[in-house]
Design a protein around this ligand. Sequence first.
Ligand code: F6P
Length: 323
Amino acid sequence: MGMKNIAVLCSGGDSPGMNAAIRAVVRTGHGHGLKVYGIHKGFDGLIHSKFKEMDLSSVGNIIQRGGTILGSSRCPEFHEKETRKTAAQILKAKKINGLVIIGGNGSFNGAMALWKEHKIPVIGIPGTIDNDVSGTDYTIGFDTASQTAVEAVDKIRDTALSHERTFLVEVMGRKSASLALNVAICSGAENVVVSSQYDLEQIVKRNKLGRKRGKKSSIIIVAESDTPGLSYKIQEELLLSHDIKAGVCILGHIQRGGTPTVYDRVVATKMGHLAVESLIEANFPVVTVLKNGKVTLSPLEKCLKNRKASLKEKLDLIQALSI
Ligand code: F6P
């Protein structure tokens, strides 16, 4: 049976560029004569039958907007087999024979279960600011989130300089330190903390060395890692054991919003287009990935885990330059 009706949803934390991907999915689908449905608020909307047919103009004027016009959610119920059975029944009743899922690891695990248990043709598009999906060098939103965080740190640097202060700036990323490392490189940070197993003495040593050679401010980028709010612990330790007074700024959800960068729009558009082409060619379950600068496809199986990006190269670079 040829592909006739497809649906698209966003799942997990939203990321800038998701709208560009939705637009590409809808317009490519229409270009091939398909009916395209948008599912409101991810897997939660799927199991509650929240579908809306999307015409060409439904995705007009959204490429430049952050967030997702479809809404997103985290759906713990989807971990249950019965819930996934309901989802598959709904998709089959609506005669949807292709599902595009824009999200991260958790969303792709849900996609895999739908394929394995119910043979729903699924395609994943990696969208998360964390850049932590295995099988792809890039996830949509990472560039914009990095830019937003760097702009914030630049502003903090201004006041840090004026008052000769040290600041701990905490960035998102969950278990991945990708965002923290990117932000540290681009903001010229003096220190970066990539996990809750940090070396306080090293941080202090670098802080003091900088001050000694005349630096008037110091920025420590902290990856939230598995302990959001970690910066407060470091702040206390710096004060109690070394009498270093540091300010704390937790950037939080500001990093998930805003106008997507050109890079995110391009990658998202290419991925959305390729996702539909792949469904039409009956090539699933796969994920659109960026590999060596090219948007291509990878088996879904390979993209289910958290990517363990090597930290060393970027850490070495930060250390070499923040002297
Ligand atoms: O996965 C994206 C992300 O923004 C992480 O960086 C962060 O830890 C998490 O989502 C926050 O999730 P929520 O918005 O559900 O609190």
